[in-house]
Design a binder for this molecule. Structure first.
Ligand code: RB5
Length: 149
């Protein structure tokens, strides 16, 4: 598995730090794309960095954290090839890998605690896509990128 790509905005610096500490202790390799300081910043810039890393083949999976996880997921889902899922529970994290082949996990520091976020991340990173009938649906989702409306 390639190193995961991870980033946060100023609202989720602490949650990112907890996730990185957890990954260091469990041996999960990562590349940290920032932000690295408390200064107010714009989450779409950081979503783009992680999505670019995936699209450039540097990472297969990414994690984005902000205050709610929602802004990051909206921004990431505007990037080609990205299927971002904002999760607040382990069931959703498991099934968004099994059924949606999500490649970016988003979470909110103001929504969930660090312990739950680490569990969600572990499940997300260790669950494989089921394929089969779900591949057809994922292909349909990705085909929406090509349509003009
Ligand atoms: C920043 O205040 C906050 O809006 C951002 O972290 C995120 O929650 C947006 O969705």
């Amino acid at each position: 598995m390639k190193p995961i790509a991870i980033a946060c905005d100023h609202a989720a610096l602490n949650l990112k730090a907890e996730l990185l500490k957890h990954f260091d202790s469990t041996g999960v390799e990562y590349v940290d794309y920032g932000t690295y300081e408390n200064k107010s910043c714009n989450y779409p810039d950081y979503a783009e960095k992680v999505c670019d890393a995936i699209n450039e083949g540097k990472s297969e999976l990414g994690i984005l954290v902000c205050g709610t996880g929602i802004g990051m997921s909206m921004a990431a889902n505007k990037c080609k090839g990205i299927r971002a899922a904002c999760c607040t529970d382990t069931f959703s994290a498991r099934f968004t890998r099994l059924h949606n082949d999500a490649n970016v996990l988003c979470m909110g520091e103001r929504v969930i605690g660090a312990g739950l976020a680490c569990d969600i991340a572990d499940i997300f990173l260790n669950t494989a896509f089921e394929g089969g009938r779900h591949q057809t649906r994922v292909d349909m989702v990705m085909a929406l990128e090509q349509k003009r409306k």
